[in-house]
Design a protein around this ligand. Structure first.
Ligand code: SF4
Length: 441
């Protein structure tokens, strides 16, 4: 029996890879994947659940599908991913419209679960072991054909006090290097030009099976494949080795763009959050990276309103950002998540945390403006990603912009430029916070 299946994937790129694997599993089972949920037999809502706000977004999507179900435009709803893992009982009890759920240890059961819900005999609840769940498998890419994610590990052992991810994704498990290189070779053969290396923490790669940091070795092997750009996300500060820095500095394909979530800079707060760095460590790391990697662009994540953050500590965070001039930053408001130690600690109220978030965003936007001013007149390689009919300009990204989280480069060109190709662009201005330019070759 064949069924039509539609997927909605929420949250981070790691969850997106899970969705890509589920799509391949479903297709291999002989089912048909369709983009639009309307008319599908089954809609799979692949949820994020690490923040209350993410759970609200997931519930919003599920209720939207429930309306389609009531209207007879969808037969069954399956909920997968982190919110299913975190709140399985509540989902089954509070959302009767949901026909079945799969936790983060059971993505591989998606075809079985579809058969079960369509049999109308059972309300499946697959909750596999999150510490041993498999990670490999075919994928149907959901990114544009010129870039793709390579998730090199699952889970996390850092246990930051504000974070529920270790309880949703299990202990840290690096994927075997041969398997990763096989998957990467397939991606390169399929025309992927930009490979984004991701995990909850990529810097720990290999330590769980060899006790040694193996990321640098993996990257050197990946550089032998036909990628143009290799981009690194989610580096844990104190796991960045000299060997890794040397490899990044030496290998041309590895972009001088590093995403290093720091979360805060105040020593008391970092300690209370079970972060292993001090402010001095972070400042020294930034100095070392900037001195060893030319034209480095840094991205980080910061949380405003963390426990024990008084006015002075918040001002210290603002000054840290001003001093270190980190070019890209995701600024988040502390969310006291149920089940975390941080939720039980003393912290400012949400209004105050939001006020501080806005102030930090202002500090960051000044830094971005200065950065943009500093690169005007430069020529950089840009990966063209399309044409914007409204702006009447092509758009794309240079090494300094990661997809979906950083801005775009808008540029003019005399001739048609194909999406997925690399061109040289001279930066001539800024439009609504985005760099503009003209193609030079
Ligand atoms: S490093 Fe910390 S914040 Fe990131 S996933 Fe692990 S526990 Fe969560």
């Amino acid at each position: 029996m064949s069924y039509t299946v539609s997927f909605i994937s929420l949250g981070c790129a790691k969850n997106q890879v899970n969705c890509e694997q589920m799509m391949a599993t479903v297709q291999a089972a002989g089912y048909t994947i369709q983009i639009q949920p309307e008319g599908a037999d089954v809609v799979v809502v692949n949820t994020c659940g690490f923040l209350a706000s993410a759970c609200e977004e997931a519930i919003g999507n599920i209720l939207e599908m429930a309306e389609l179900k009531k209207a007879g435009k969808v037969k069954k709803i399956l909920v997968t991913g982190c919110m299913a893992q975190r709140y399985k009982e509540d989902v089954l009890k509070e959302l009767p419209e949901v026909d079945g759920i799969l936790g983060t240890g059971s993505y591989g059961d998606i075809a079985d679960a579809i058969r079960e819900v369509m049999s109308d005999t059972v309300r499946p609840c697959h909750m596999g072991n999150i510490h041993t769940a498999g990670q490999s498998g075919e994928r149907i890419l959901s990114t544009p054909p010129w870039y793709a994610y390579l998730r090199i590990a699952e889970g996390c052992d850092n246990h930051c006090a504000y974070c529920v991810i270790p309880s949703l994704r299990g202990k840290y498990r690096s994927r075997p290097m041969e398997e990763l290189l096989e998957e990467a070779a397939e991606l390169a053969d399929s025309g992927v030009k930009e490979l984004l290396v991701i995990a909850q923490d990529i810097t720990r790669y290999g330590t769980d099976w060899s006790g040694e940091h193996k990321l640098a070795e993996l990257l050197r092997e990946l550089c032998k494949l036909d990628f143009h750009w290799i981009r690194l996300h989610y580096l844990y500060p104190d796991e960045i080795t000299d060997e890794l820095i040397d490899t990044i500095a030496r290998e041309e394909k590895i972009l001088p763009y590093l995403d290093i979530p720091m979360q805060h800079c105040n020593d008391t707060i970092l300690k209370a959050m079970n972060r292993r760095d001090t402010k001095a460590d972070l400042v020294a790391l930034v100095d070392k990276l900037r001195s060893r990697i030319p034209n480095l662009v840094l991205r980080t994540s910061l949380i405003a309103g963390l426990p024990y953050e008084d006015e002075a500590a918040f001002e210290e965070l603002c000054q840290f950002l001003r001093d270190e001039r980190i070019e890209r930053a995701g600024i988040f408001t502390f969310s006291p998540e149920e089940g975390t130690r941080a939720a039980l600690m003393d912290h400012v109220d949400t209004e105050e945390a939001k006020r501080r978030t806005e102030l930090l965003v202002d500090v960051q936007s000044d830094i971005i403006d200065d950065y943009h001013d500093s690169i005007l007149g430069q020529e950089r390689e840009v990966l063209c990603e399309g044409f914007d009919p409204q702006a009447q300009m092509f758009f794309g990204r240079s090494y300094a912009e990661s997809p979906e989280i950083d801005g775009r480069i808008y540029f003019t060109a005399d001739d048609q430029v194909e999406a997925g190709t690399f061109v040289q662009v001279r930066f001539t201005g800024v439009m609504d916070g985005e760099i503009t330019g003209e193609m030079v070759s």
